[in-house]
Design a protein. Sequence first.
Length: 185
Amino acid sequence: MNGKQKILTLSDLSPVDRRLCEKARNVAQNAYAPYSGFAVGAAVRTPSGGIVCGTNFENASYGLSICAEMAAIASANSSGESRIAAIAVAGYKFAPEPKIIGIVTPCGRCRQIIWEAGSSTKEHVKVFCCNGDLSQIVVYGIEELLPDAFDGDELQRFRLEKRAAEDVPQSIENMNATASRKRVC
Ligand SMILES: [Zn+2]
């Protein structure tokens, strides 16, 4: 947060958005987080209006831990819904003692995954970032959390550029010469 976002409460939200945030908060109780003691829940709303939830699932290796947002989106995909219209995330400290801390926002990896889950419809997925008791909520569009996102359109552009380069062999020779100079270094 950069201090510019308006902090809302549940009563500021529509009933469907309120329910999404409540689902995220409630499912956090199922988090497997013995290492951080920090429970995170996420709830995604699919274009058909369904809600699918996930929690963080930590691992002793730390690096292999799965975020709640990722778990929720993967679960929605497994049930046949690869696209999402909105996601809510909420978290709180439960060990060594319960503590409500600040608003939780998705990590960088999850922002990319959220972008992908919304990109084919070109909808701007709403991201409800909540604290642990839902007394503070900030609503972002995913395009605010991940400006200039890399996605399938970018890959398509690269493919087209590559194809254009293949039509001009001289260009490829120049590129190879540049690459070999770099290898010398
Ligand atoms: Zn994450």
